[in-house]
Design a protein around this ligand. Structure first.
Ligand code: ADP
Ligand code: AMP
Length: 213
């Protein structure tokens, strides 16, 4: 099963994608996590991506598409995957479609996690991320067992640079201009499914599994 997660930054795509990956035993692929791992390791790709990420802008398609296509070509993706944060532009979606068509394959579901902008701004200030293992928490809704420490790997949790209020505003503008058109794109293909992302994460997940099962 090949799944795309759509939704504004902070809608809960990553939270749900991890739960989907576990339930259906498929890899969770987050382009944001791939970029953050590259930044942490000081790679050329990481340094280039950081220039855009820190401003709340999208990393150019030329850089993003290649890392995604390389990742989905790996052996663990043969049985499907859940993409989180890709595609974010129509050209990215078309490249992915084309690459899948070439191997006689296609995306099965595009799940749109719908959360209004007002809720997003509140959520992002409370998000805490583990830059070591990629786990995500929320100080009120999904707190770690010990404040400031990752439950999974014990490392320190941080407020991502791009989750600061001034950058969140830019990211939402970029989302509306460049990513939201994907909703119509996948609707036209007949694979779009929208779920209410404002409810408790368990209820969001129940709505998603009802679609996937
Ligand atoms: P995205 O991957 O779409 O950017 P995340 O999954 O990182 O979003 O979620 C953004 C923030 O909102 C995180 O702090 C996360 O813990 C929290 N969150 C996710 N789902 C919910 C939910 N259903 N209700 C409240 N908070 C949520
Ligand atoms: P995320 O972790 O999905 O919130 O992504 C964090 C940041 O990484 C985004 O704000 C972009 O700057 C960059 N990024 C992640 N995925 C993509 C993508 N598919 N296209 C362009 N930029 C991306």
């Amino acid at each position: 099963m090949k799944i795309i997660m759509l939704g504004a930054p902070g809608a809960g795509k990553g939270t749900q994608a991890k739960m989907i990956a576990e339930k259906y035993s498929i890899p969770h692929i987050s382009t944001g996590d791939i970029f953050r791992a590259n930044i942490k390791n000081g790679t050329q790709l990481g340094m280039e991506a950081k220039k855009y990420m820190d401003q709340g802008l999208l990393v150019p398609d030329e850089l993003t598409v290649k890392i995604l296509l390389d990742r989905v070509a790996q052996a663990d993706c043969a049985g499907g995957y859940v993409l989180d944060g890709f595609p974010r532009t129509i050209p990215q979606a078309k490249v992915l479609d084309h690459a899948l068509e070439e191997i006689g394959d296609k995306i099965d579901f595009a799940i749109n996690v719908d959360v209004p902008d007002e809720n997003i701004i509140k959520r992002m200030g409370g998000r805490r991320a583990c830059l070591s293992c990629g786990a995500t928490y929320h100080i009120e809704h999904i707190p770690p067992k010990k404040e400031g420490i990752c439950d999974s790997c014990g490392k320190e949790l941080v407020l991502r640079d791009d989750d600061k209020p001034e950058t969140v505003k830019n990211r939402l503008d970029v989302y509306h201009q460049q990513t939201q058109p994907l909703i119509d794109f996948y609707q036209a293909k007949g694979i779009l499914k929208t779920v209410d992302g404002t409810v408790d994460m368990k209820d969001v997940f129940a709505a998603i599994t009802a679609i996937l099962d």
